[in-house]
Design a protein around this ligand. Structure first.
Ligand code: FAQ
Length: 336
């Protein structure tokens, strides 16, 4: 049900590499490969192989959908934020996520797929979005924990995409990463306040949220490298710069010290420093859970998709009014 619509197109074509039909196409392919090898950026108007375009669309569509579905678990807490300051911060953060979705849909449009097409794929369950947003937000501590762990993982994954070979995506990512870094800081700050100035019950609430979000956060980086069908080609093309496992390890190493300062325990008894590797070893990740969630069977998949579809249907009159207004304005603008 949750297959990636944009990817299906590539897979239906059969082979990963498009058939080279002419000497001209072969020349263009070689020129493209040489540009990638030289570390050049590809712009929307440049020639690119079909599979490169589809791979980018697959990743950008998943990323854009993750941003707008990712607004839902936090939006749930805007009316219940404990102080005016926390409410203003959360409102701004959720608004930022909507903006990130917008930049990414715009980047995908430069590749020839419209926002309506992408949203249709999301609403009909054909397009993926990040597994992490299919978990519930049960307490206020979940807001801080999402900022700290989920935005933290997102930054770790997204900073290398600022150097993605496709320039419109790379440019969008620069702005997104700046904002994500504030998101991570505000989450950590909210948790630190609860841990240092809160009651025993509030500290327990933080620990409970960390227990629930830790494993799903480290799954966000995607399957292990040896089970990641897209990594090799995406890295060859400079769409992805760093592998899933490498980023996951960097995230774990960075987070352990932050957890210590916060005073929470990461829920992995096998998490230990490995002197030889100069890195942390960690316990086994439940990949069966990951595949179940991305196949549509996570705790909140139906609720999230239902909320998106409802928002789309409820907003139909706004889109119609905006189009009617634009049509009325067109002759006025043309005459000016
Ligand atoms: N969830 O071969 P790979 C955020 C799929 S934004 C669901 O390794 P790839 C901001 C993958 O699509 C979070 N599906 O794939 C925020 C593929 O299926 P397909 C999103 C996943 O593309 C914070 C299959 O598994 N970030 O959090 C996941 O090389 C707070 C095999 O995987 C991005 O999208 C997953 N976690 O690597 C918002 C960043 N992992 O498509 C609100 C850009 C894998 O063949 C609040 N994306 N799959 O049907 C990427 O960097 C990559 O696409 C990866 C996956 C690393 C996610």
């Amino acid at each position: 049900m949750y297959t990636q619509a944009m990817d299906t197109m590539g897979k239906e074509a059969g082979d990963a590499r498009p058939a080279l039909r002419s000497a001209e196409e072969l020349r263009r392919q070689e020129e493209f490969d040489a540009r990638i090898d030289a570390g050049e950026f590809i712009e929307a108007k440049d020639w690119m192989p079909d599979h490169y375009r589809k791979t980018l669309l697959r990743q950008i569509s998943q990323h854009a959908h993750s941003e707008i579905v990712g607004m839902l678990p936090e939006g749930n807490w805007i009316t219940r934020a404990p102080t005016l300051k926390r409410k203003a911060i959360l409102l701004a953060k959720v608004q930022d996520e909507g903006g990130h979705g917008l930049y990414l849909y715009a980047a995908a449009e430069t590749l020839g797929t419209s926002r309506d097409q992408m949203l249709d794929a999301l609403h009909t369950g054909k397009a993926k979005y990040s597994s992490i947003f299919n978990y519930p937000t049960l307490t206020w501590a979940d807001m801080g924990t999402i900022g700290w762990l989920v935005d933290g993982a997102a930054i770790m994954n997204q900073v290398p995409i600022c150097r993605c070979s496709y320039a419109p995506y790379a440019r969008a990512m620069v702005r997104i990463c700046r904002e994500e870094s504030f998101h991570q800081r505000q989450g950590y700050d909210a948790l630190l306040t609860m841990m240092q100035k809160g009651t025993e019950a509030q500290r327990a609430m933080v620990q409970d949220a960390v227990n629930r979000w830790w494993w799903p956060s480290i799954m966000m980086f995607g399957p292990p490298d040896d089970q990641s069908p897209n990594s090799a080609q995406s890295m060859r093309w400079g769409i992805k710069r760093v592998s899933n496992d490498t980023l996951r390890q960097k995230f774990i190493d960075a987070t352990v010290e932050q957890a210590r300062v916060l005073g929470v325990t990461l829920p992995d008894p096998d998490l230990k420093w490995n002197e030889e590797r100069q890195s942390h070893d960690h316990g086994a990740i439940d990949w069966a859970e990951f595949w179940r969630v991305i196949a549509g069977d996570g705790p909140c998949n139906q609720e999230r998709l239902g909320a998106r579809v409802k928002a789309w249907e409820d907003g139909a009159w706004v889109r119609e009014a905006a189009l009617a207004h634009a049509a009325k304005q067109a002759p006025v603008k043309a005459a000016a």
